[in-house]
Design a binder for this molecule. Sequence first.
Ligand SMILES: *Cc1c(COP(=O)(O)O)cnc(C)c1O
Length: 467
Amino acid sequence: MIATVDCLNGSYPDIMEPILLSSTNEQSPPVDLRTALLKGQAPDRGLYLPQCFPQLTPDELAGFAGKSYPEIAFDILRRYTSGILDDATLFDLCRDAYNFDVPLEPVYDRVQVMRLDRGPTASFKDFAARMMARWLGRFVREAGQTLTILTATSGDTGSAVASAFHGVDGIRVLVLFPRAEVSDRQRKQMTTLRGNIRTIAMDGKFDDCQGLAKRAFADPALAHMALSSANSINIGRLLPQSVYYFYAASRLAQPGEPIVFSVPSGNFGDMMGAIIASRMGLPIKRLVVPVNGNDEFPNFLATGDYHKIEPSRNCPSNAMNVGHPSNLARLISLYGGRMDEVGEIHRAPDMAAMQRDLFSTSVSDEATRAAIRQAWADHKLLLEPHGAVGWRGFQDYLECAPLAGSPAVVLETAHPAKFPEEIERTLGFSPQVPPVLSALDPLSEDFDSMGLDYSAFASYLQANYGR
Ligand SMILES: *Cc1c(COP(=O)(O)O)cnc(C)c1O
């Protein structure tokens, strides 16, 4: 089991020992953060998790009220990068990565919506992708290596990763996307960058793209290429996602006051950021984890029985169409259990503790659209389908557990202008388009096209990345 409490007893921030990370499958030796970032997945196919979490003192938490977002990011992340990255460098990276707003929009009483959509690709994935790109860029440069990142996308991951790694020396990115399943704006976010970013439109579905990528990672004939992945199995995606929970609490809660978060979830990387923040000492009253029609997690939380959904169900919140969240293995590990990479549970977690900390609910497509209408009618709150799942799930929570004056934050994970058709159909008007998206409209695109034949794909990789 991975020890998570008391191992540092609060003294950690002064000692600054490098953090070690262990695999959720418990068969691989512990590694430092640099190795975990470069490898992504552990050799035993488990996911890396810090062996213990640095503890923040109440005074340190209270001090965040007077700090900017990049300053808080630095203060959190340095506790993980100590020993592998000097503080001055990390500080510069944080300032450079987080050069956009993180608005908290008051809705009623002490309930606010945190908009994580002001980054360059207008989704919350910018927060993690931009820090990970800067970390990996440095490590690759220091090692004199080159790295090729191969990523399959249903829309938001590909654009955030492509934007974050664009222009990073020593790293090349290849994004596979399903031709018919991404919106024009999502596609243009990837296909107009050029330079070290290449994209392929695949004649298939997202699952087909992911299947080809996975096969390439496991192909001995391609082993010389140093292929790496940037999806949320990489711990580098999770640590930066803990920061905005500290930030929101510092703006909304009194020092030490517990707060409720509602996090619309698919692969559970975003909600794991909240779990990490809470293990580091942030008081969270309840973590609400709404999902769309892919309801494997709320069923598991209620019963302890886990059944993944294959194939995943198509819902309007398309970035959350996940039938087996890859980060579930991490969550279960933090509650003392063990789940392997195919979703089999080998040791049960402490379900009672999980039920105490988390609340989960499945939001139907109909309820998602009704939530978009209700939020607009009642509060002039403009939500897109992902945020609407978060909002509706939060209402479900309130029916079981009144807030009683506690502060609460619902996360909005994408900009409504990324889903103009859905908003138009539901509300009868088009959302205003922010400059990061409208700037794409006149740009010309450049991408390759391919069928689903693996040997053709492997030849493409050899030809373009085989050196
Ligand atoms: C990826 C994504 C999610 C789901 O986040 P997970 O970390 O996979 O749970 C939610 N909303 C949007 C807009 C996304 O792009």
